[in-house]
Design a protein around this ligand. Structure first.
Ligand code: ZN
Length: 186
């Protein structure tokens, strides 16, 4: 499959790149002449962004296409990082208003040393807010001001799941999620 344009060329084979994306490419390349590549790709559906990023990884095509591809890959990485930083470490809800701790970028991967409260030691200043889903208080439940024992993410999450995953702030429940059990299926 080869598509040519006035100044770019996409060599075959392009596994996983849909016909729809190929049809879109001439317009995208044209738009990228006058608009920053990130701005061109950021409105594309995620699957198209993935396909563009793969195009770039394959080293396919022209410099214009390569710029679009690296913009798509960068956007994808930034979005994943932003999502990880706003994912509750106790319940997995990924819609926190901001990072629960100043330097929080998601929980450490398996194999890292276990975290011990207070979590400010690992992640910096806590937000002092509560997760709208499970209700964990960042800097509140891991470092209680009244001297009561700290509660770990794991213990809080387990207790919350055992209670049937009730929303701490039902007004924040995304539409379409199960009212009784929150957003998390598994
Ligand atoms: Zn939570």
């Amino acid at each position: 499959m080869t598509v040519t344009g006035s100044s770019y060329r996409i060599p075959a084979p392009l596994s996983g790149v849909g016909r729809e994306l190929l049809d879109l490419l001439p317009g995208l390349v044209e738009a990228a002449r006058t608009t920053p590549p990130l701005a061109v790709v950021h409105r594309l559906p995620p699957d198209r962004q993935d396909a563009l990023a793969r195009l770039s990884e394959a080293g396919a095509g022209s410099p214009e296409l390569a710029r679009l591809g690296s913009a798509a890959a960068r956007l994808r990485a930034l979005r994943a990082a932003a999502r990880a930083a706003r994912t509750c470490p106790a319940c997995g809800f990924d819609g926190l208003d901001g990072p629960p701790y100043l330097a929080f970028e998601g929980l450490p991967q398996d194999g890292a040393a276990p975290l011990v409260p207070p979590y400010a030691v690992a992640f910096g200043d806590p937000s002092g807010t509560r997760c709208p889903c499970c209700g964990y208080g960042f800097g509140l439940d891991d470092d209680p001001a009244d001297g009561s024992p700290p509660v770990t993410f794991e213990a809080w999450g387990a207790r919350w799941r055992a209670r049937g995953r009730p929303w701490s702030d039902p007004a924040r429940r995304p539409s379409g999620s199960d009212p009784a059990t929150g957003v998390h299926g598994g």
